[in-house]
Design a protein around this ligand. Structure first.
Ligand SMILES: Cc1ncc(COP(=O)(O)O)c(C=O)c1O
Length: 404
């Protein structure tokens, strides 16, 4: 398979010990494989430098606290945050969105207020808003998609009113790979006095992200999709917004003073980080950031764009394949094979050592709007190359032969 000449193919698979020769891992949108640099940082964290943070008076703990807060600074710089205090470590994007919905939404949403989502959202950017809408009496509106699977910002502009208090959208769709015009979404939200939350799960591993340049108010992502560990993620919020938000979990580390008469809370980020944090997870996240920065997010973006283009060209030339999403999707190709359930596609591809995702991808409303129960999805990472696209296409040809 020819890669377009503009692409600079990366050849990094040897950095990933869990990818054996001949295995085409095409499920990075679910979770990314881990490079040796991240595995080593985690191993070092537990085998050499381990201690708790923010509590110990002994040197090891003081050093770990420095390393932990340094990782927060590194994370802030990675996404263009003004200050490390705007970076809250959470379990993942799901927890980040729930935190905003419960804390900000629980405080500021009133009956009659409206929340704007879109058809293509992951369930983790739908259900937390439904839960808080139920609690506060707010209502949810859903922006439709354009014919090629982008959030239709013209339609959204026509739907937005001064009753809308927050707009929450995926920066990149986990099913279609479509990239949001985030700056325009921010301008539209702010134009009616609403905030913009971006779900950056699929964007952060695939393109440079600068929250200040995007003009959003909250941004969330999960480390495990960025070649880092599971159980750690980031909620970035504008400093003045976080200042005004109450904690959603109480416990150690998030307080200023505790008495049975009255407890006062620490400023952000500590206010939102109750309990002992995932210390080594944060070090793993920092290593993952270092790993992708060394490659360059622009180079990663160009690499995945080339893989998507060759996969779409090859799959699109098979007349029984239906492709979803726009041609310039970021790193993700969803498709269906006429007359074959995506689960069968996935199972047969697995026999050919090609790992894809098949299902609703935690986006049932999107499936309904596409008129399907499920899709097959191939998603790329820095370790994939033209050989993986060839293996995918060979595997799909085998599925077609098996199903006649
Ligand atoms: C767009 C998007 N949002 C949110 C999530 C939820 O991420 P996590 O399960 O890591 O919290 C995912 C994960 O699949 C996703 O792709």
């Amino acid at each position: 398979m020819d890669m377009p000449t503009s692409a600079r193919p990366l050849d990094l698979v040897s950095d990933f010990p869990a990818i054996p020769d001949g295995w085409a891992y095409l499920d990075t949108a679910a979770t990314a494989q881990k490079p040796r640099a991240v595995i080593d940082a985690i191993a070092r964290g537990y085998s050499q430098t381990y201690a708790t943070v923010h509590r110990g008076v002994y040197q090891r703990s003081a050093e770990m606290t420095l390393a932990f807060e340094n990782a927060r600074r590194r994370t802030a710089a990675f996404i263009g945050a003004r200050s490390p205090e705007e970076v809250i470590f959470v379990r993942g994007a799901t927890e980040g969105i729930n935190l905003v919905a419960q804390s900000w939404g629980g405080t500021f949403l009133k009956p009659g207020d409206r929340i704007m989502l879109s058809v293509l959202e992951h369930h983790s950017n739908i259900v937390p808003w439904q839960m808080i809408a139920e609690r506060t009496g707010a209502a949810i509106d859903v922006a439709p998609l354009t014919a090629n699977g982008r959030i239709d910002l013209d339609a959204m502009a026509a739907m937005l009113t001064e009753r809308h208090r927050i707009v929450a959208l995926a920066h990149v769709s986990n099913v279609l790979g479509s990239v949001l015009d985030a700056r325009r979404a921010a301008a539209l939200a702010h134009g009616v006095g609403a905030l913009l939350l971006l779900d950056g799960c699929q964007a952060v591993p695939r393109m440079p992200v600068d929250v200040a340049a995007l003009g959003c108010d909250f941004y969330v992502f999960s480390a495990h999709k960025l070649y880092g560990p599971t159980g750690i993620g980031v909620l970035w919020g504008r400093g003045d917004l976080l200042e005004a938000m109450p904690p959603v979990q109480g416990g150690g580390a998030m307080i200023d003073k505790v008495s049975f008469e009255k407890t006062t809370f620490a400023p952000p980020p500590a206010r939102f980080e109750a309990g002992t944090p995932h210390v080594v997870g944060v070090l793993g996240l920092e290593a993952a950031i270092g790993y992708v920065e060394a490659i360059g997010l622009e180079a990663i973006s160009a690499h995945e764009e080339a893989l998507v283009r060759s996969a779409r060209d090859a799959l699109g030339s098979l007349n029984s394949v239906r492709l979803f999403g726009p041609d310039d999707s970021a790193g993700i190709v969803s498709f269906a094979l006429e007359g074959v359930h995506p689960h069968d596609v996935g199972t047969i591809l697995d026999e050919s050592r090609v790992a894809i995702r098949a299902g609703h991808h935690c986006a049932q409303p999107l499936m309904a709007s596409l008129g399907v129960d499920a899709t097959a999805r191939a998603s790329f990472g820095v370790y994939n190359g033209p050989g993986d696209v060839e293996a995918l296409v060979r595997g799909i040809e085998r599925v077609r032969r098996i199903f006649g």
